[in-house]
Design a protein around this ligand. Structure first.
Ligand code: GLP
Length: 242
């Protein structure tokens, strides 16, 4: 079931997402968060940092699992999702390092890394999963064609995704890794609540596919139609095809 909220601009979208986050943080003693990368959630993370500094909201009892990580660049790389999360959130709040989980893409045994990641989540249920959406309808790095019941797995990235993400790699698609380790769609669907954030006209088709399109692996985000608690926060451009 979707609750759709349409706001005027990115800042308002980010603040609305923060309100959903705040509800989870204040209503649970040990909140479990699923976190996303990409440019979209940065505004949400800025709100969380500001609130932590101004109101003292603590993350000492919070556990986090991130959605995905590139394969082929080290964690220390400036564009790794591990680095991204530290720079944009973890380094600015009081979350203990042992409470944060980011899939390990820097490994000789990526199959083991996938199994280990699923195991690390055993006994925990994500209270709130933050999601962005790719212009091809992917969530996390689950590209079109990914089975709905998939668990953490390795994914070859589509040309479109690599093109979209080239802006983080000096605009050079050749520098963008060709594959990634990602939570599966089945993994994501276990979350109790999901908040999807999308802004900009280049997300309009994907947003339409997620909310109004047919339930198909061609649009991985359409699986969210089967979840019973999804809040979708959009700006007018992302909502323009609804
Ligand atoms: C990447 C991430 C996704 C994210 C998507 C959209 O592919 N793996 O989790 O949702 O990009 O990113 P952006 O928010 O930068 O548009």
């Amino acid at each position: 079931m979707f609750k759709i909220i349409i706001k005027d601009n990115y800042d308002e979208v980010s603040f609305e997402a923060f309100k959903v986050m705040q509800e989870t943080l204040t209503s649970k003693t040990n909140p479990v968060l699923g976190l996303a990368t990409g440019s979209t959630p940065v505004g949400l993370y800025k709100n969380m940092i500001q609130d932590h500094k101004a109101q003292g909201t603590s993350y000492k009892n919070v556990l986090t699992w991130n959605l995905d990580e590139y394969i082929g660049i080290p964690r220390s790389h400036e564009q790794s999702y591990y680095t991204f999360m530290h720079e944009n959130l973890f380094d600015h709040i009081d979350i203990p390092e042992e409470n944060v989980h980011v899939p390990l893409g820097e490994t000789d045994d990526v199959a083991k890394s996938c199994v280990d990641y699923e195991k690390s989540m055993e006994g925990h249920t994500v209270d709130l999963q933050v999601l962005g959406i790719g212009s091809d309808g992917h969530i996390a790095f689950n590209e079109p064609g990914t089975p709905f019941d998939s668990l953490t797995h390795v994914m070859d990235l589509t040309e479109q995704t690599r093109q979209d993400n080239a802006r983080f790699f000096d605009g050079d698609i050749d520098q963008v890794p060709t594959c990634a380790i990602t939570m599966g769609l089945g993994t994501i669907m276990r979350s109790k609540k999901i908040v999807v954030i999308a802004t900009g006209a280049n997300k309009a088709d994907a947003v339409h596919g997620m909310l109004k399109g047919e339930l198909t692996t061609d649009c991985p985000a359409s699986i969210l139609q089967k979840h019973d608690d999804v809040v979708v926060i959009l700006d007018k451009e992302a909502a323009s095809k609804l």
